[in-house]
Design a protein around this ligand. Sequence first.
Ligand SMILES: *Cc1c(COP(=O)(O)O)cnc(C)c1O
Length: 360
Amino acid sequence: MTTPRLEVCLDRIHHNARTLVERLGARGITVAGVTKATLGAPEVARALVAAGVTSIGESRVENLEALRHAGLTSPMVLIRSPMASQADRVVAAADVSLNSEVAVLEQLSAAAVAQGRTHGIVLMVELGDLREGVLPADLLDVARRTGELPNLSLRGIGTNLACQSGVAPDDDNMAELSALAASIEAALDITLDLVSGGNSANLGWAMRTATVGRVNHLRLGESILLGTDPLDRRPIDGLHTDAITLVAEVIESKAKPTRPWGIIQQTAFGLQDAPTDRGTTSRAILAIGRQDVDPDGLVAPPGLEILGASSDHLVLDAGDAPLPVGTEVRFQLDYSALVRAATSPFVARCYLDGGGAGAA
Ligand SMILES: *Cc1c(COP(=O)(O)O)cnc(C)c1O
């Protein structure tokens, strides 16, 4: 089989999504399944839809177009603020987009009129993480303006935390979102059907808070794909953390000293700490590198240690057990490593299981 490759176990992804859909459903929250870390893989999107997500969330319009092309008919949400220059494509591919700029809303409106479609809008609110969002004081004006623009339908408001600054969702910022929803409804005499509280970092809050207030929607990627909570990167109870693994192949296997020799200056990627001298060990080079993956986000199997990586090589200490040339080594990935591997043209994909029906 081709290496390097991502092995994607669709039944495990289905299990993770189903488990979160059920847990959140009990709290009145629906789920958009976010596929961006898989480069918008239709196989993954189908498993998410089968597991009960109410829409597919994607950050790139190109990925949404590919999903449509692959025959996905579920509602699709563009979760990165659209580029004004892509308004036509956004309206054609997405049912809803998350927005924070009036200038973009105007372009989306014009595109929606031209295509004879209605485009749904969720206005993003800045609640402290300092990435996207309208400041709370400006939200009502932007909501009013959205309502005036033809062929746009103001579906709700949302926020995104824990991405730029690591601000955790809590009762305070989520109550503020709920209060903003209520005040827009009162001022404009409308009903907002979506109050989108955030991403996987909201799960801990959503499961433990006394009341979710008006929050009725989350956009989940990492928790479904990797089974981890982005706030502390710990496994989430009852979820698989190995639904996606990375397999790479040994291209050199030799016993070498642990310490380099010669005059030591910078490496291709900056300064490197001098390794402690452990005599001679078995080293293995794998045919994968920084072009393909974030090596800091890889977890090697027990007994193997990652010593470093350059563009095309990953160097492992194999301890006392040499890894023969041709051996396949399997790694767990964190979010950063997954995103990079999923977007490298050099990393193949392999889907296991039928995609949805199976159990844990
Ligand atoms: C990436 C992203 C998500 C999903 O985040 P996860 O941590 O993977 O659940 C949700 N919303 C927005 C706006 C995003 O950019």
